[in-house]
Write a protein of this length. Structure first.
Length: 334
C-alpha cells in the first residue's frame, strides 16, 4: 500500500535536493568535472570549497543522477549534470542560480505570508522585481543570464512551430534582447521585424540583432507599452509579457496593441498555458514563482487569456502548443 505521507515527504526532500543543485551551480562544479572525474578533494580545491561539505553535496547529487560515483570519493559528470555547465548552449546554470538568489529565495519562502495577505512578501520587502534588480547588480546579471537561457528554447520553438507565412511586419513587444525575433526573422526571410522595449533595453537589443546580421531587416524602438506601441504592423508578439501583470494591467497592454494592429492582423501571446485538471504541469510550478515574486502576475489557462483578449477587442483564434508546456495563443481583432 502506498504511504499516504510519501507525497509530502517527497516535496520536503525536494528543498534539500534543490539546495545541493544550487551549491553545484554556484560553485561551477560542472565546469570542473566536464573533462573527467575528480576526487572530492581535487574538486574542492578547484571550486574553493570545503571538501567535507562538498562530499556531502556530491553524495546527494549522485542520488539525483546529476553526478555519478566512479570510485570511492571520485565523481564524474552525467549527461543531466552537463546541463549545468556554463559553457554549453542552453545551460541551466543561470536558472538554478537565479532561483537560489537571496532575494528571490526569500520570496519563495514568503509564499505563506503572500497567500495570507494577498500581497507578495517579496514586494513588501524589496518593492517590484524590477526595482530590486535595479538596486542589485549581481541579481540583475543573474536575471539577465536566466532570461537569455529561458529565451533560447522559446525562440527556437516559436520560429519552428508557428507559421509566419503571410506576415509582413512583426513587432516584438517587450522583446528584450531580441532572441525570439531573431529566430523568427532567420526562419522567415520575407519578414520585417520591429523590436520594441524600454529605453535602457534597446541598445543591447540593437547590438544583439546587428551581431545576428539582421540590422537591415529590423529596427529597434523605445517606448512604454502602456502608452503606445509601433503602429501598422500585421502581427504583434508578446513573449512572457502578459503573465507579469494583473488582469487590469494586462488588458491595458492588449488595448494598446489593439490600437496599433491592422484590421487583418493578429496578436501572438507566448506563455505557459495552464491546462484543466489536476495533472502536474510546468505552468503550475511557474505560477508559484509568479505568486511569490510578482503577487499580481500569474499564469493563466485558455479561458483566462480568452477573457483578457475579449476585453481588449480581440477574439481567441487558436493555441499552437510548443515543447516544454508553453504555447502561442493567437487572437484576431474583433
Amino acid at each position: 500500500m502506498t504511504d499516504p505521507q510519501a507525497v509530502v515527504w517527497d516535496a520536503i526532500g525536494g528543498v534539500s535536493r534543490f539546495a545541493a543543485l544550487a551549491a553545484m551551480a554556484e560553485l561551477g562544479c560542472a565546469d570542473h568535472l566536464h573533462t573527467g572525474p575528480l576526487s572530492v578533494g581535487e574538486l574542492a580545491s578547484r571550486c574553493g570549497a570545503d571538501p567535507v561539505a562538498l562530499g556531502r553535496v556530491l553524495r546527494q547529487l549522485a542520488s539525483m543522477g546529476i553526478v555519478a560515483t566512479r570510485a570511492p570519493g571520485v565523481y564524474g559528470l552525467t549527461e543531466a549534470g552537463s546541463a549545468l555547465r556554463g559553457d554549453v548552449p542552453g545551460s541551466l546554470r543561470p536558472a538554478v542560480r537565479m532561483v537560489a538568489e537571496e532575494g528571490f529565495w526569500y520570496g519563495i519562502g514568503g509564499v505563506p505570508q503572500t497567500v495570507r495577505t494577498g500581497k507578495s512578501a517579496f514586494a513588501r520587502r524589496h518593492g517590484s522585481v524590477y526595482d530590486y534588480l535595479r538596486g542589485n547588480p549581481t541579481a540583475r546579471r543573474l536575471f539577465d543570464d536566466y532570461m537569455v537561457a529561458r529565451a533560447r528554447p522559446f525562440a527556437e520553438s516559436v520560429a519552428s512551430r508557428y507559421d509566419f507565412s503571410g506576415v509582413r511586419t512583426l513587432v516584438d513587444v517587450a522583446g528584450g534582447n531580441g532572441h525570439i525575433l531573431a529566430a523568427v526573422l532567420k526562419a522567415t526571410p520575407e519578414l520585417r521585424g520591429v523590436l520594441f522595449d524600454q529605453e535602457h533595453v534597446v541598445p543591447h537589443a540593437r547590438e544583439f540583432l546587428s551581431a545576428a546580421g539582421l540590422e537591415g531587416r529590423c529596427e529597434c524602438v523605445a517606448g512604454d507599452f502602456f502608452v503606445s506601441v509601433p503602429a501598422g504592423a500585421d502581427a504583434y508578439l508578446l513573449g512572457s509579457v502578459i503573465h507579469n501583470w494583473s488582469d487590469e494591467d494586462a488588458v491595458r497592454i492588449l488595448r494598446t496593441v489593439r490600437d496599433a494592429v491592422t484590421d487583418d492582423g493578429r496578436v501572438l501571446l507566448v506563455e505557459f498555458v495552464v491546462p484543466d485538471g489536476d495533472a502536474p504541469h510546468i505552468s503550475k510550478d511557474v505560477d508559484m514563482r509568479m505568486l511569490a515574486l510578482f503577487g499580481e502576475g500569474m499564469e493563466r489557462g485558455l479561458r483566462g487569456y480568452g477573457e483578457l483578449l475579449a476585453a481588449a477587442g480581440f477574439r481567441f483564434a487558436r493555441l499552437v502548443e510548443l515543447p516544454g508546456g508553453a504555447g502561442v495563443v493567437e487572437a484576431l481583432p474583433v
